[in-house]
Design a protein around this ligand. Structure first.
Ligand code: ADP
Ligand code: ASP
Ligand code: MG
Length: 394
């Protein structure tokens, strides 16, 4: 069998019926050429709603309202994306999942952390049911992998993956579907504890689910489908002219994600670099664009991308004797002393005093007043990133 391709869809990529259809077409097109396993997040906003419900005891009225809202949103999406042939089955499964969710919310809290994880993962259980129906509707028969294939430790939140047990579970639960010519749809974010209870991989963890699954089933390629063109050289919500990074190394991607590049869960690259899988980050709404390709390579000298850490734990004495919280801009890459001095000059001409500066393993670090953080990020982004992408030496 060809190496299976993993395609992960984030929450905005399955935000409603039209988006499910778009995602299903991407998966069905790919499945025409090779075996495909899909990992899917909850519909956007659903995990937040569920975590809200998991906090404390929920009144009966509030639970009924939660169920009504989730039912309406998921059924509406299913009716738009799933063909008549598959719709009754999908609707039935969605309603059964919602019944189980309500039971989980109402169950006496034996162990709060276990209850929270159990409730939180219903977002992915619901979205995967719709996506499997939507992919089947695009003439690529698909099935949900209902028994969570990713094995974790006993922690209920941000649980560690058990690599060996995950491999065994995937061989039993995922590989037979792919061998049978089906698209396997795996709910992201959810893990399976040694006692057989649901755990989570942490917020944003569906990215990690994708590479963990890929390593377990011998994939060579993972696509992370999201709502931007790929990994940009700064957070586009803070830096409007952030530009696409066509290439990233596993290491850079891990460092950037760890410093706040929300587009990837910080641990996503660990399974990928261990097993040499290529990771592509692409736009669900423009899937033909090349996106960002993440592999193992040396990026060369200079600054590649910038990240802002707000409210770092350093408190800096101000001139008037008060203490102020600090922000830290990290310019990621392999810069040298000249780059450091250039950055200081850039900040000085923008009128931003740097309280501390230095070179750390991640790159250049500038500590500034919290209020100046975003301006510092934009100034350094605008003038410090000069490094051309160095092509891989074959
Ligand atoms: P998904 O639901 O697909 O997992 P996320 O919301 O988790 O999507 O991540 C995508 C978002 O991450 C983008 O919409 C963007 O606002 C934000 N983001 C932050 N930093 C970056 C970056 N460096 N490159 C791309 N996107 C980023
Ligand atoms: N749905 C989960 C979250 O919102 C996981 C994910 O989207 O990756 O955190
Ligand atoms: Mg995400």
């Amino acid at each position: 069998m060809d190496h299976p391709l993993i395609i992960k869809f984030g929450g905005t990529s399955v935000g409603g019926g039209a988006q499910f259809t778009r995602a299903a077409k991407i998966a069905a097109d790919a499945a025409a050429a090779r075996p495909v396993a899909v990992v899917v997040s909850a519909m956007s906003g659903v995990t937040n709603t569920l975590l809200g419900a998991a906090r404390g005891n929920v009144e009966a009225d509030a639970t009924a309202e939660l169920r009504r809202a989730l039912e309406e949103r998921h059924l509406e999406a299913a009716r738009e994306a799933v063909a008549a042939e598959y719709l009754p089955g999908v609707e039935e499964r969605l309603l059964a999942l919602l019944d189980r969710l309500v039971a989980a919310i109402q169950a006496p809290a034996v162990q709060p952390a276990a209850r929270k994880a159990e409730i939180a993962v219903y977002g992915e259980r619901l979205s995967s049911t719709i996506l499997a129906g939507a992919i089947s509707s695009q003439d690529a028969p698909a099935r949900v992998v209902a028994e969570d294939p990713i094995a974790t430790g006993a922690e209920f939140s941000a649980s560690e993956v058990d690599v060996g047990e995950t491999e065994r579970r995937c061989a039993r639960l995922v590989a037979p579907l792919l061998d049978g010519g089906l698209v396997a749809v795996v709910p992201g974010y959810v893990g399976h504890s040694p006692e057989g209870l649901p755990t989570t991989l942490g917020r944003g963890g569906s990215d990690l689910s994708a590479t963990v699954l890929g390593r377990a089933i011998g994939s060579s390629e993972v696509w992370i489908m999201t709502d931007v063109d790929g990994v940009l050289d700064a957070d586009p919500r803070l830096v409007p002219d952030a530009t696409l990074m066509p290439r990233l190394s596993y290491e850079e991607a891990g460092v950037f994600a760890g410093l706040g590049a929300k587009v990837l869960h910080p641990k996503t690259m660990e399974p990928a670099s261990e097993s040499g899988m290529e990771v592509f980050v692409r736009n669900s709404f423009a899937p033909k664009r090349p996106g960002t390709r993440v592999t193992g390579f040396e990026a060369g000298p200079g600054v590649r991308c910038v990240a802002l850490r707000r409210e770092v734990a350093v408190e800096i004495p101000c001139t008037d004797g008060r203490e102020s919280k600090a922000a830290m801009v990290v310019c990621i890459g392999s810069p040298d002393d000249e780059d450091l001095a250039r950055g200081l000059k850039i900040l000085r001409s923008a009128g931003i005093p740097a309280w501390h500066h230095g070179i750390a393993s991640a790159g250049l670090v500038y500590v500034v007043a919290v209020e100046a953080g975003e301006a510092a990020l934009r100034a350094l982004h605008g003038s410090l990133i000069t490094t051309p992408v160095v092509e891989e030496v074959a």
